[in-house]
Every structure is written in structure tokens, then in C-alpha cells.
Design a protein around this ligand. Structure first.
Ligand code: CA
Ligand code: CA
Length: 249
């Protein structure tokens, strides 16, 4: 009798523990979908870069969350568990491979994305021309008002000439002969003809003016300077004073 009661009690405890205290959780795969690679853009879609340091703008979606990206100049799909995966962000730095000699090199960057459960997307890519330029432009000449000796106006025209292994992009003109920095504010887009304003003068007279010009390429290399001179002439606009004349009468 007592044995039967004990067995009954044990059975009751066993059924209580399995139904009331704990239930085994059912596991659902909540990260079932692969990440979707939407896009990569190098330097916001720029055509060219003169630096190997670029910025990638990334975009990808996932049912749970994109956690990693893998960027490479190789189109070979990376190992999902390999090295080189980095934390996903919409803007990341990337260094393209450098080249040994000056020139224009098309570069393509491929990007894959991964979610937290290790699923990998297909790839997206973008391309940019890497312009390697370590050679400074050559300043050929500047001439003020086509080589005129004199001007009565401070507004003159500069005829510019320079060459570069890639392209001359900017010029800097000044009456000072001190070399500007590549980031100075006075640089303007290079053209063979440019306007310039000479410094003025107050009194009548002849004022020699010299204009110095430097040239720059897209990589920020500076040429030496060339210069030309012109006389700025301020005409005498004051009428002579007439002294009185007394005629003997
Ligand atoms: Ca997913
Ligand atoms: Ca150059």
C-alpha cells in the first residue's frame, strides 16, 4: 500500500516537472535568407583618382542584418570563414594596389557581404581609373597682353603654356615670386588664356609689373615658375596751371 502511494507521488512529480516547470524551446531559423549585395561605389562614382586611398560606399540588405563585408581587387569569391572580412559600414576606407610607373590604370573593386549566421551574398563591383603621376608639369611660358610693352589698364590677359606627362590642371598667377603651396587658394583651372588684374598705382607714372605663373597637375605636382613683365602706365590727367600773362600797356 505504502509502496503504491510513493510510486503514485513520484509519477505525479514527474508529470508536474515536465508540464509546468520547463518547456524545451523550439528553435526556428530566423536568419534564413542570404544577404543581398546592392551596390559599391568608389569615391562616390568618380572617374579618376590620383591616390591609392579611396572610400567605398557600401549597400546591402538582409532579413536579420548585414554584419561583414569583404572587399578585394580579385573577383575570386572569398572563403566565408577566411580572413579579410571586416565589420560592415556604409562608408569604408580601401587601398588600391599601387603601380611602379606613371600612367592611368583601371581598377575594379569587388565586394561581398555576410550576415551574422555566416551566409554570404553575391558580389557587386565598381571601377575607377587610378592615375599615378609623380612627374611635375613643365612651365613653358607666360606672356602678358601678347607681349606688349605697356598697358594703361590693370586688366590684362595672360597667355599660358605648360606641359605634363598626364595633364596640366591648374595655374597660379601672382606678382609675388614666392612659390605657392599646392593647396593655396589662388589656383585656377588651367587654360591657355586667362585674365589677370595688375596691382594699381595712384600717381601718374610708369610702373613695371611682373607676373609669375606656376602650373599644377591632378596629383598636386608643381612646376617651376615662368614670368613676364609689362609697364603699367598711369597717364598724367592733371591739366597744367596757366600762370598770368601781363602785357605791357
Ligand atoms: Ca540573413
Ligand atoms: Ca604630372
Amino acid at each position: 500500500m505504502n509502496k503504491l502511494i510513493i510510486l503514485f507521488m513520484l509519477g505525479l512529480l514527474a508529470s508536474l516537472s515536465s508540464t509546468c516547470f520547463y518547456e524545451e524551446p523550439v528553435v526556428y531559423d530566423t536568419d534564413a535568407a542570404l544577404p543581398v549585395a546592392v551596390s559599391v561605389s568608389i569615391n562616390n562614382g568618380a572617374d579618376n583618382t590620383t591616390s591609392t586611398s579611396v572610400t567605398l560606399t557600401l549597400s546591402a540588405t538582409d532579413d536579420v542584418g548585414v554584419t561583414k563585408y569583404y572587399a578585394s581587387e580579385s573577383s575570386t569569391t572569398p572563403s566565408v570563414s577566411g580572413t579579410g572580412w571586416q565589420s560592415y559600414s556604409t562608408s569604408v576606407a580601401f587601398t588600391i594596389t599601387d603601380e611602379n610607373s606613371d600612367g592611368t590604370y583601371p581598377k575594379t573593386v569587388y565586394v561581398w557581404f555576410k550576415d551574422d549566421s555566416g551566409k554570404m551574398s553575391s558580389r557587386v563591383n565598381d571601377s575607377i581609373n587610378y592615375i599615378k603621376d609623380t612627374t611635375a608639369p613643365t612651365a613653358v611660358s607666360v606672356s602678358i597682353d601678347s607681349g606688349a610693352d605697356n598697358t594703361t589698364s590693370t586688366a590684362v590677359t595672360l597667355t599660358l603654356s605648360a606641359t605634363d606627362n598626364i595633364a596640366v590642371t591648374d595655374y597660379y598667377a601672382s606678382e609675388s615670386n614666392s612659390t605657392p603651396t599646392a593647396s593655396a587658394s589662388g589656383w585656377a583651372s588651367y587654360a591657355t588664356s586667362a585674365s589677370f588684374t595688375l596691382s594699381s598705382a595712384s600717381g601718374a607714372g610708369t610702373y613695371p609689373r611682373t607676373v609669375y605663373v606656376w602650373f599644377k597637375d591632378g596629383a598636386g605636382n608643381l612646376s617651376s615658375s615662368v614670368n613676364d613683365s609689362i609697364n603699367f602706365i598711369v597717364n598724367d590727367t592733371t591739366a597744367p596751371t596757366a600762370n598770368s600773362v601781363v602785357i605791357d600797356g
